[in-house]
Design a protein around this ligand. Sequence first.
Ligand code: SAM
Length: 276
Amino acid sequence: MAGMLYLVPTPIGNLGDISSRCRETLEQADFIAAEDTRVSLKLLNHLGIKKSLVSYFEHNKAAKGNVIVERILAGETCALVSDAGSPAISDPGEDLVRQCAQAGITVCAIPGPCAVITALSISGQSTGRFCFEGFLSTAKKSRKEHLDSLVTETRTMVFYEAPHKLLSTLEDMAAVFGSDRPISLCRELTKLHEEVVRTTLGDAVAKYTETPPKGEFVLVVAGAPAAEKEKATLADAAARVTELMESGMSRKDAVKQAAKELDLPKNAVYDAALDE
Ligand code: SAM
């Protein structure tokens, strides 16, 4: 009889957040697949659990996934953990879940700590409809394309970001979404220095220019006002800039006019026109 794969969420800061069901699952599993075995070993020591660990992370997941699937098919039960939070959410695991499902293995996700949901619920932004955008790319071009694709998004948007990239991300967001757009910066959730800064993109840029950010952040950005849904896209704006330039206008004036006509932020129109 085949075993099972359990997805076991672990605390994102406060060790008290491990549930009794997660603890029991870790105790009862035949083996634990962990993103970083050193990190998970610390948690297991804290819980007083001794268990065989195998590493499963971004750069070995193709080969390790097959080994894990074989072991489960042979009857073992595997608990998958990541460094913190819910496995498979911006963490290795997504592929393993797919592989197991394809092999007919039962996958059981235990609910628990997850940075997206914790941040969203504390953000004060609309939570009825939201989209999770994960990490933006580090490459300037794809990062810009990602943000441009969200310019008319009306749902609340949730992003993960590392502290050293936070300021440039906020600057890019302010250029695309406008500096008045509300944002909640949720920092060090469940930890000693937990903080939620509910502000605008422009003020957030000013704040973190003055005091460099530290710690882990989730960014919860308000969606575009519903009326803007029908608004022209940046691609329309770029096309309009080209048209105006072809009629003899300078790029600067064409951008200014297109931004005004289509009611879009000037910087975003300028960048879109350059990309075009
Ligand atoms: N799978 C995890 C989850 O669902 O909670 C997320 C893992 S992802 C690799 C790590 C990112 O989650 C961090 O860069 C940060 O954006 C966010 N994060 C994790 N723990 C956090 C915390 N305690 N406070 C704020 N953000 C956190």
